[in-house]
Design a protein around this ligand. Sequence first.
Ligand SMILES: Cc1c2[nH]c(c1CCC(=O)O)Cc1[nH]c(c(CCC(=O)O)c1C)Cc1[nH]c(c(CCC(=O)O)c1C)Cc1[nH]c(c(CCC(=O)O)c1C)C2
Length: 377
Amino acid sequence: MNAFPPLKNDLILRAATGQPTERAPVWIMRQAGRYLPEFRKEREEHDFFTICRTPELATRVTLQPINRYDGLLDAAIIFSDILVVPQALGMVVEMLPGKGPNFPEPLVLPEDLMKLKEVVDVYEELGYVFDAITMTRKALEGRVPLFGFIGAPWTLMAYMIEGGGSTSLSKAKTWLFKYPADSHKLLQKITDVAVDFLVGQIKAGAQIVQVFESWGGELSPHDFNTFSLPYLKQIAQRVKKQLLQDGLSLVPMTIFAKGSWYAIESLSESGYDTISLDWTVDPAYAKSITKGRVTLQGNMDPSMLNGGDDAIRATVRQMLTAFGTNQRYIVNLGHGILPTIDPEATRVFLETVHSVGLELNKNGYKVEESICKNNAG
Ligand SMILES: Cc1c2[nH]c(c1CCC(=O)O)Cc1[nH]c(c(CCC(=O)O)c1C)Cc1[nH]c(c(CCC(=O)O)c1C)Cc1[nH]c(c(CCC(=O)O)c1C)C2
């Protein structure tokens, strides 16, 4: 095993496992990305997947927001993409500047499943992600915990069939409804790789992980229960089982099923420690449904960061107050930060999360039965 520097800020790990926190921790989905000039500069010199595949570059980019917002972010997330799994399955994925991901040969018919690799050795195909995680974990010097992540099976299936971003997902849904057995075969295949990939990331040094079901909200509740939830549950259960079998400690697991407000209750009973919410979910509603069983994460509309400093400050206060006790809560946006956001607006967001979080706890704070005092005594 790797020896890593001791962790100096474990706030997010405490929040995710239901331990008391003196303020709500904060990180931002897509925090290393195109809104940062230092990232855009890196992209002028290197192709997207070259950054992902070169541990030195992935480490440098992962650390960009941590360095820029020194002390304001409570977690790093490894620089990679959910689409490295379709690549590991044998598909070609390219990142077109300004356009996003493109699969020159998407899956069209069920017989195309034959083109995917029968067996995927994640250490061979995705070892570069593990190396980047280990290198980043060392470079972080214990400043904050490091997230690993994967795309959820349904979301990856959608990209593999659509061939890129899409508004209606009509091709991927045609598979679900016309070829359900083949769809399940594909979802299971992705799940098997996802489990090995997450376990490998944790072994390499990821201290917390997130599963991105970005296209969850495109499914009806019934179809979500058929084509998404069973695989999400399998991932949580099998990752935990594998870690225990290998004599390793569990790490907190987060599920972000964007748009799947109807699934909050079932997700809170599916083996994940944290549920990440998009901005369409009322915090009071999510709290009333989950009843403290899980930690909640989220959920400011990313576009609010374009609303000016006063609007950002007011919305952060309203959001933290609505999530309530500042316990079992991780602050984030409701989806990834947009490329159009001013990095200084992001700073205002982070600073306000810190100051309001501490203020809400100034008279002590409470998790379930334990009462903690901010000041000694
Ligand atoms: C977690 C993560 C992701 N991508 C990137 C990260 C890096 C880490 C971080 O958050 O800082 C870098 C990451 N990935 C990408 C970029 C920009 C590409 C560039 O530099 O040109 C960055 C910084 C490219 C990318 N990759 C993807 C898209 C969306 C395309 C679409 O459907 O319209 C895009 C634009 C697929 C993707 N990738 C990811 C998701 C899940 C989160 C979400 O829903 O936003 C998804 C859906 C996850």
